[in-house]
Design a protein around this ligand. Structure first.
Ligand SMILES: [Zn+2]
Length: 260
C-alpha cells in the first residue's frame, strides 16, 4: 500500500490500519505484519485480531474472529466506501447509559454536543511518541501546512494526540472510576465519552519539544505565541480558552480544525 493511501477504516467495534504502521510485539508478529496489507484490531483495547493480504484474512489467534467480529469485518468494506461521513451514534448512547451518564442533562449543562466518529481517517504522520496520528482528511492537510509554516519561523509544533475513538475515551473513564474518582471529578478534566472533539478527527493536542504534554505551561512557550498569531489563518481554533462556557479546564494545547 502506498503511504499516500494510508488510512484508518473505522468500524463499530473493530478498525483496520495499514499493517506497515502497526508496532509488532515479537518477531513472529513483525514477520506476519510485514507480509500483510491491513491489520484489524479491536477498538476498545487495541488487541490484534487479524491480518489481511489481498482478499485473504488470517486470524491472529484461533477463534479471534467470532461471528460478531466477522459481521463487523464485512462492514469495514462499506465503512471504507463511506469515506469521511459520520458513523451512527447508537452504540455510544448504550455505553453512556451504562456509565450512568444522561446525555440530555450533560449536553444542557455543558453546551457540548455529541461528536460522531468518521468512517475513515487520514494518516497525518507521527505524533511526539512516534505513534501514527489520525485526523479527518482535510485536517490532515491543514495540520501539515501549519506545521511547515511554523517550521519556517523556527517553531517546532508536535502533535500530542489527534483522533480518539469513543471506546478510547470510555476506557479513560472506566480506569478513573476504578481508581475511585467520582464522575463529576472526571468530567472536570475529561469531556464525557462522545463529547470530545477528538472523536471527529478534527481536534489536535499540540506540543513543542522539551515541554510536558497537555500542561497549562504550554501557554508560555514561543510555540503557543506563534499559534495565537497564526493558527486561525491555517484553520485551527483554540477550543477551551480560560473561563470557557463548557466548564472545561483551560487547554492552551487543544486546537480544532474548522477549515481554512
Ligand atoms: Zn485535546
Amino acid at each position: 500500500m502506498h503511504p499516500g493511501d494510508w488510512r484508518l477504516i473505522n468500524g463499530e467495534n473493530i478498525e483496520a490500519i495499514p499493517a506497515a504502521l502497526a508496532r509488532a510485539r515479537g518477531n513472529a508478529t513483525a514477520r506476519a505484519l510485514a507480509g500483510s496489507d491491513w491489520l484489524i484490531r479491536q477498538k476498545n483495547n487495541g488487541r490484534f485480531l487479524a491480518l489481511r493480504r489481498g482478499d485473504i484474512v488470517r486470524e491472529f489467534t484461533r477463534r479471534a474472529l467470532n461471528a460478531d467480529v466477522r459481521a463487523d469485518l464485512a462492514a469495514l468494506v462499506d465503512a471504507d466506501a463511506a469515506g469521511e461521513a459520520s458513523r451512527p451514534l447508537s452504540g455510544l448512547l448504550e455505553r453512556l447509559h451504562a456509565l450512568g451518564l444522561d446525555e440530555v442533562a450533560y449536553g444542557e449543562s455543558t453546551g457540548l454536543a455529541l461528536v460522531a466518529e468518521p468512517h475513515v481517517l487520514g494518516y497525518a504522520g507521527r505524533d511526539r511518541y512516534r505513534r501514527p496520528l489520525w485526523l479527518a482528511k482535510s485536517a490532515t492537510r491543514g495540520w501539515q501546512r501549519m506545521r511547515r509554516a511554523a517550521l519556517s519561523d523556527d517553531i517546532v509544533l508536535e502533535a500530542i494526540s489527534g483522533y480518539r475513538s469513543h471506546d478510547y475515551q470510555l476506557g479513560i473513564f472506566r480506569r478513573k472510576l476504578a481508581r475511585g474518582q467520582a464522575v463529576a471529578e472526571i468530567l472536570a478534566v475529561n469531556a464525557a465519552p462522545g463529547y470530545s472533539e477528538h472523536h471527529g478527527g478534527r481536534a489536535l493536542d499540540i506540543g513543542t519539544p522539551a515541554e510536558p504534554p497537555a500542561e497549562e505551561s504550554f501557554e508560555r512557550t514561543p510555540a503557543f505565541a506563534w499559534l495565537q498569531r497564526n493558527a486561525a489563518a491555517h484553520g485551527f481554533v483554540l477550543s477551551y480558552p480560560r473561563d470557557n462556557p463548557h466548564g472545561i479546564v483551560y487547554e492552551p494545547w487543544h486546537w480544532c480544525w474548522r477549515g481554512a
